[in-house]
Every structure is written in C-alpha cells, then in structure tokens.
Design a protein around this ligand. Sequence first.
Ligand SMILES: [Ca+2]
Ligand SMILES: [Ca+2]
Ligand SMILES: [Ca+2]
Ligand SMILES: [Ca+2]
Length: 400
Amino acid sequence: MKKIFLLFFFMVVAGLTARAQSLTVQAGDYNPLISNELTGAQKVPLLQIEFTASQASFTVTSLSFRASGSIDESIDVYAVYLYEDINGNGLLDVAEQQAASSVYFSSDNSTAVFSGFYLTVPAFYPVNLILAADFTGTATVGENVIFSIEDYLSITAVQGGTSTSAVIDGTFPINSNAKTISTVGTLSATKSRKSPGDQQALNDVDGFIMLELTLTPSSCEPVQIQSITVSTDGTADESVSVLVSGVRLYYDSDYDGAFSVNDQSANPYGMGFSGDDAAVTFLGPFTEIPANSTVYLMVVYDLSGYGLDGETLNAKIASSTHISAKGAYSNQFIQVVGPPVSGNTVTISPPTPPPAEVVKPEIRQYCFVNRLSGPAEVLYGIWLFLTAGILAVISFATRT
Ligand SMILES: [Ca+2]
Ligand SMILES: [Ca+2]
Ligand SMILES: [Ca+2]
Ligand SMILES: [Ca+2]
C-alpha cells in the first residue's frame, strides 16, 4: 500500500514538473500597434513575439506565420524577416540582428516558414523576436495585411540540449495588428520600456522623470507633432506641489530613461498646472520625426517643496486627441494610436534633512604661537615657556 502511494506521489510530481517545463509564446508587451504603411516600405515591424521558459531552457528551431488580409502577400510582400529584439522594445534597433534567414510568401494568404535556426530561450529570461516585412510597392492604398502564428504547431522547439519536443503554451492565434497601405501616416505613441515604475520623489526635486513616451511615425511620411497635452490626477494639488513652469519635455536621446548630457529640451519653455488635476498643453511645432523611426520623449516635473508627505503625482496622455500630429507630406492631421498612456505613481516624500552636524571632540592645542585664546591658556603658555627655559638653562649648566 505504501509503495503504491509513493509511486502515485512520484507520478504526480513528475507530471507537475513536466507540465511546468513548457515554453510560453505570446505577443510581446511592446507589440507594434495598427498603422498605415507605405506600399514600398522596408523593414516594417509587424509583430513582437515573446518566448518565456519556465525552469528549463529551450531551443526554438522553426516558426511559421500565416498571412491574411486583402494584399496578395506573394506579390506585394518582398520578404519577411525575423529579428531578435534584444532590448525588448518592439522596435528594430541598429544593433539587432536577424535570428533566421528571410523568407517569402508563395501565394496569397499562405504560410511562410522560418526554419533551420537555433534560438535559445533560457529559463526565466524572456526572449523577444520581431517579424518585419519589406513591401514591394505593388499593393494599393486601402489594402491591408495581418500576420499570425496560427497554433502551437507553428512553433518547433526542443528542451535545451535534448531532442525532446517542447510543450508549447499560449493562446492562439497570435495576431499582428493590421497594417494598412496608405500615403497618409500614423503615429504610434506608447509608454516607453524605459518609463520609470512607481517611485518616491523628494518634494523639492528638480527634473523628476514622470513618464517616457515612445513616438514612432509609420513608414508613410515624417511626422511633426503640433501639440501635446499632459494630464494628471494624483492626490496632490499639482498647482501647489509642482513649480510654475515646472512641467518640461526632454528627448531621451540615448534611450536610457534618465537625463544624459546630450538629452535636449523638446520645448523651449516649461508649463505649470493652473489647478488641482489640471492639464497643460505644449504647443509646438516640435522637431519633425522621420518616417519609420523613433524618438523617446520624457515628461519631467520640478517640484516646489510644498507637496505633502504621501501625496501622489502622475503624468498621462489621457487620449489620442491629446497628441496632435501632422504628416509632413500629406500636410494632414494624422491618426495617433496608443493613448491613453499613463506614467506610474510618484509618491512625495519630505526632503532629506541635512546631515546632522558632526560634533568633533575639542582637541586642545597648547602651542601658544597659534592658540592663545583665554587668560588661563596665556598663563599656561607662559608657564610652559618658563619651564622649558629653566630646563634648558639647567641642562646647559649641567653640561658645562
Ligand atoms: Ca492576402
Ligand atoms: Ca528592439
Ligand atoms: Ca538619456
Ligand atoms: Ca491632483
């Protein structure tokens, strides 16, 4: 009976362990949003795919994508690419390399298979890929396309260092957002991966980063932002706790989520909240952002010193109408996708008290040349002088 129980116990444990060693596949947190794209656009990011391994590492060896939508992918898409998204931001950065050789679609709404590569997914460290496409220029305005991982059979993976097939977890299909062929651009405005989390701020701190935005025009045309409205609804009265002209915008040019030497101001002057839970609107025009590229914009506050301990502050782009942007070629106001975008909560803490003055024990100096401060010390000095003199005389007399 005991043996049967133990056997049953080990089977349950083994079952749980096997279950736990799965490879989870899902759209990444920074998956590109819907956008308009130029008919001949190159390296358009389409879908961010995140692999997460629990307990054991895995190796992905093939991945297939099904195309759908009105464009004929065998004619209108030159090739699709799989990039390793090393910094996980859903964008193709200069240093990021292809994870597999490019492939193409052989017919309309067909499947393209990336194979013969070895992508390692270590336990507990998510790995992100980006599917991107080159369009040929033959698709017509208004046509669209979506790319999908249809089911778990679209992924081949083995447990690291073995030939054991991976158990794939995920909710399928995993779809890209729709890409529509157009000449009029769109602007994606999302929370940057480097935007700070919940944090505390001294109530008189300057240049505190509240929110970082990722601003990405699609491939159609450069984009010029005309205005940005920053809203807030923290418990603090922002007109009291934030300085007049204490709301400012900066470009995070090196994308480190912090102030750096080359980070330029995006607007020549700061703004101030006129009341509690008020909003401020920065009127541009701001620097034009090239097509299919990205800038990172930080919203920073200078705090006044009057915020109370425990009160909260935040910064948000409350709706897509709170960023107005024009296409440089179409000269039209274009669609902004992404908002609402909210920074995390900042809790005001009292300023750090100045360090307590260190009381040094007094070192009495009896050299009367540089310290003759009181009558007692003067007398003591004279006594020392006389004593030394007498001793010297005695010493001299003794020797002679
Ligand atoms: Ca199609
Ligand atoms: Ca990236
Ligand atoms: Ca920076
Ligand atoms: Ca408030």
